[in-house]
Ligand binder design. Structure first.
Ligand code: NAP
Ligand code: G4F
Length: 343
């Protein structure tokens, strides 16, 4: 019988790639969507037409119990979050409610629907739970590269909220015998990445500048270093973690690092431009407490899951720039047709 998966965060970057991946493996997939007319829902439905939807919000315990009860999933992937780190200083309480308490609510929903108590531990056939943990939890790193044992020192309300969800998932595993795992994923990007994140902000600006639609790109800290990979590769690791015999957390990243400055240079080179002619450093975009360096030691994921990334960073930036060039070109042509009055 086909496995049933419930994905929160279905309208986000990873939700769409994971839905496509699970559907391609024969799963029945439900996406949790919030709000009475979520504008992102149609976008993901276009990508994965066999996808079903169920209403719910990580802020609302009852809605999660109803969703889990209705879908009766074999696997729950909790990808829903407010994921933009910079925003977490402005709305720390909301970020904590969604990213931290939201994880507890989903664990509780699974526990209630499964009838688990501390005296009645989960058995075979239980609902398996994946939590989207983040390398942002390592923050002010104590060692490099970072692995599953590296001390957590988050530097933002977002990082702190993710640390709570991470530890609570471990606690439900230890308290109730739940098959709950966290994937500690390093930055992963794609043409579907939100425009507020630095790689996509860069690829969108490069396309606009190349077409003469924009002049400059304002950025914050160019010295920050990240381990960037392709989102389509990372969702494979999520499923593999739930397919193991034992629930074990895994770090997922490429082990290769680049600075924001490298990212800008590579992206502008894709269209034959010099980044220094266009990039302006804006101190207002520098964060109150920066994470300077993240680099993954994914030895466990490679050995246990057989996971490997398939795309390197220059290829990823090229993919994103080309996609945004096509999009910007279409929009410009459309605007020209409209202004020529030929419609
Ligand atoms: P994303 O594109 O920002 O998507 C976030 C998703 O969360 C959206 O579908 C959003 O739905 C949903 N959401 C927000 N508030 C919610 C709420 N109250 N209840 C239910 N859903 C809610 O993020 P992503 O890049 O796909 O990342 C997926 C997950 O992995 C996140 O938890 C993120 O923190 C984590 N993560 C990401 C990375 C990365 O580099 N991408 C690395 C490590 C960890 P709406 O359409 O309703 O807003
Ligand atoms: O692209 P970013 O906003 O990603 P960040 O903060 O590393 O967080 C992403 O990865 C985490 C995993 O490590 C996820 F958990 C999280 O949800 C998210 O997906 O910023 C990357 C770096 C930062 O050091 C930032 O200060 O780029 C620097 N940066 C410099 N100028 C900028 C900008 N970031 C953004 N977003 N915008 C700028 O103008």
């Amino acid at each position: 019988m086909a496995k049933r998966a419930l994905i929160t965060g279905i309208t986000g970057q990873d939700g769409s790639y994971l839905a496509e991946h699970l559907l391609s493996l024969g799963y029945q997939v439900w996406g949790l969507t919030r709000g009475q007319a979520n504008p992102h829902k149609m976008r993901v439905q276009k990508l994965a037409s066999e996808l079903s939807f169920v209403d719910g919000d990580l802020m609302d315990q009852g809605s999660l119990v109803s969703a889990v009860d209705r879908v009766q999933p074999d696997e729950v992937y909790n990808l829903g979050a407010i994921s933009f780190v910079a925003m977490s200083w402005q709305q720390a309480e909301l970020v904590t409610e969604v990213n931290a308490v939201g994880v507890l609510r989903m664990l509780e929903a699974i526990r209630m629907v499964s009838g688990l108590t501390t005296s009645r531990q989960a058995a075979d056939g239980q609902i398996r739970f994946y939590q989207a943990s983040s390398s942002e939890m390592f923050g002010k790193v104590t060692e490099s590269p970072q692995n599953e044992q590296t001390v957590l020192h988050p530097r933002s309300p977002y990082g702190v909220s993710k640390a709570y969800g991470h530890l609570m998932t471990r606690n439900y595993r230890e308290s109730y015998g739940m098959f709950g795992v966290s994937g500690i994923l390093f930055n992963h990007e794609s043409p579907r990445r939100g425009p507020e994140f630095v790689t996509r902000k860069i690829s969108l600006a490069v396309a606009q500048i190349k077409l003469g639609l924009q002049k400059e790109l304002r950025l914050g800290n160019l010295d920050a270093v990240r381990d960037w990979g392709f989102a389509g590769d990372y969702v494979r690791a999520m499923r593999l973690m739930l397919a193991q015999d034992e629930p074990v957390d895994h770090v997922v990243g490429t082990g290769r690092v680049h600075s924001v400055r490298d990212a800008v240079r590579i992206a502008f080179e894709c269209v034959g431009l010099n980044w220094e002619d266009h990039v302006v450093v804006d101190p207002a975009l520098v964060r109150p407490a920066e994470v300077e360096l993240l680099c993954a030691d994914s030895t466990r994921a490679r050995e246990n899951l057989g996971w490997e990334p398939s795309i390197d960073f220059p290829e990823l930036m090229q993919m994103m720039v080309e996609s945004d060039l096509r999009r910007a070109g279409r929009e410009r042509d459309y605007a020209e047709v409209l202004s020529a009055g030929s419609w």
